[in-house]
Design a protein around this ligand. Sequence first.
Ligand code: ADP
Ligand code: MG
Length: 623
Amino acid sequence: MTRIALLSQRLANQIAAGEVVERPASVVKELLENSLDAGADRIEIDIEQGGGKLIRIRDNGAGIVKEDLGLALSRHATSKIANLDDLENIASLGFRGEALASICSVSRLELISRARSSSDETAWRVEAEGQEMTTAISPAAHPQGTTVEVRDLFFNTPARKKFLRTEKTEFDRLEEVVKRLALSRFDVAFSLRHNQRAIHHLHAAISSQEQQRRVALVCGPAFVENAIQIDIEASGLRLWGWVSLPTFSRSQADLQYFYVNGRIIRDKLVSHAVKQAYQDVLFHGRHPAFVLYLELQPALVDVNVHPTKHEVRFRDGRLVHDFLFRALHKALAGVRPQDRLAHDVQASGQVSAQGRELPGASEYQEVERGASTTGDFSGQGRISFAPGYGASQGYAFTPQSSTLYSGTSTQQLVSEQMATYARLHNENDVPPLGFAIAQLHGVYILSQNVQGLIIVDMHAAHERITYEHMKSAAQNEGIKAQPLLVPLSIAVSQAEADCAEQQAEALLALGVGIERVATESIVVRQVPVILAGADIEQLVRDVLSDVLEHGSSERIRNYQDELLGTMACHGSVRANRQLSIPEMNALLRDMERTERSGQCNHGRPTWVLQSLDQLDKLFLRGQ
Ligand code: ADP
Ligand code: MG
C-alpha cells in the first residue's frame, strides 16, 4: 500500500496552477491585475514568441518591501484581504494569493521590486528554487515599482506545454486580455510589445474624448463611429459606455465588453438582457457590439464565485436584468434620423486624430480628418454616427459637445455652430431627411437634404413604420384575450407550477390565463387573440422557464411582436410600386417621427446619406 506524504511546495503549486495558469494569456492577466492592484498608472508589457518564451511586465506601482518579497511567491500569501469580512467588499482584482506561486512553479520567474515606502535606495530581486521553492533574495537596480519576468512557461510541465497553440493564437489571446484591462482602466497607460514590435501604445485617457479615442484604438474606429454613448442612472445602478447601432452588428459575439465595478465579466443574465434589448432591431443571427460599465454598491454583487472571477452573482438579479434591458432598449429606440444627421453636421467640426484611409480609393489615399463618415463608397456605406447622440428623453447622455471641438478655437467653434444653425433652420427649413426628388428602379427613394443625398430603401422603411404603428396600437388598446374552447392542461415541474401560481396575475395582464390545478399540473384557459394560432403549450413552457431563470419573461410580448412584424412585412409597400412625390415625402416625414426607424425589422438599415463631401471625394473634387 502506498503511504501518505505531504506534497512538495512546487508540486502543490503546480497543481494549483492547473486552475489559474492555463496559457500565456492567463499569466498576463494575473500579472496585470497585480500591477493595477499596486496602484500603477504606467504598465509596460514585453512579450516574446507569443508569451511562451518571455512575458515581462513592468509597473510603477507601490512595489514590495524587502521583508515581504519571499512571501510574494508563496501560496496563500496576499496583502489584499485579512479576514472573511474583507471578502464582502473586495476592491482589489486579486485576493486569493496564489497567482505568483502558481506561475512561479511552472516557469522561470524573477521578480524585482522597489517599494515606494522604503527609505532604502536599492531594489531587490527574488527567485524561488528547488522542490520546496526556497526563495533567494539579492540586490538589483530598478526604479520604484515592480518588474515580473516569466520565462519558458511550462518548461517543467511538458504535458501542459503541449496544449499551447501557435505563437500567433497565444499572442491574440494575450492581446485580448490586455485590451480588456485597458478598457477597464482609462487612467492607466499601457504599452504592449511583441518580439520588439510595438503593438499598442495607449496613453492615460482622462477626458471623455481621450476615452473615446482609446475605445477606437482598442475596438477599431468603425465601432466608435457606429455607436451611441450612454450614461444612465436609476435605482442605485449606473450604466455607461458605448453600444453599437443595430446596423453595425457582427457575425460573432467578439466585440462585447461588459464590466461590473471595473471587473470584466461574462454573465448569462447580462447577455440575456442585452440580447432582449436588441431583439427587435438586430439582423437575425447577428451580434451587437458594446463596451459597457455597470456600477453598483460592491455589497450587491459577489465576485468570489469563480477562480478566474469571470462570473459574478448579483444579489438582486432581476433588478439588474430589468435595468439593463430598459436602459438599452430605450437608448436604441431613441435614435431618429435627425439625431444621426445632426451628429454628422456637428462631428464634421471635430478634429479627430484617428486618421483612416478611404477604402476603394487607394490611389488617392487621403487621411480623413474629422469627418465621421465611413467613406465607404461600395453602396453598403453605413451612415456614420459618432457617439454622444441618439439621446432620448429621460436619459442623461454624457455631454459631448464640449469635447467634440477641442483643437478648434472658440471663435471657430462659434462660427461653425452658427453656420450649422443657419443651414439647418433658415435655408427654407429643410426637414432632416429632405425632400424626395425621384424613385430609383422602384426600390429606392432619392431625396435631397441639407448635407447631400439621402437614399431610402422604401420597403424596409415602410415595414418598420407599419410595425411600430401596429405595436403601439396593440399597446394602447391593451392585449385582447380570448378563452380557449378547450382549456389546455400541461404537466410541469413543481417549481414551474409554483412559478405559474405566483405569476398568474402578471400573465393575465399579458392575456394569458393560467390556473394551477395540482402540484405538477396547470391549465391554460385563455390566450391573447393574436396568438390563437400559436403553439400555446410551448410558449407557456418557455415563459415559465424564462421567469424561473431570469425572473421575468418578454416572450409573450416578443412573440406577439414577431407576429406583428410578419404582418407588417406583408402589408408594406413592395418593391416596384411607383410612388408619387407626395407619397414619398409622406414616408420620409413618417420616418422622422418613428422610433427605431433607422433599421427595418430585420436590422437592415433603412436609409443612408451620401454627403456632398463624400460625393466631392468620389469625383476627386478639390484634391
Ligand atoms: P493576490 O494578487 O491574490 O494577492 P498574488 O500571488 O498575485 O496574489 O500576489 C501576492 C502578493 O504579492 C500580492 O498580494 C501583493 O502584495 C504582491 N504583489 C504582486 N505583484 C505585485 C506588484 N506588481 N506590485 C506590488 N505588489 C505586488
Ligand atoms: Mg494577483
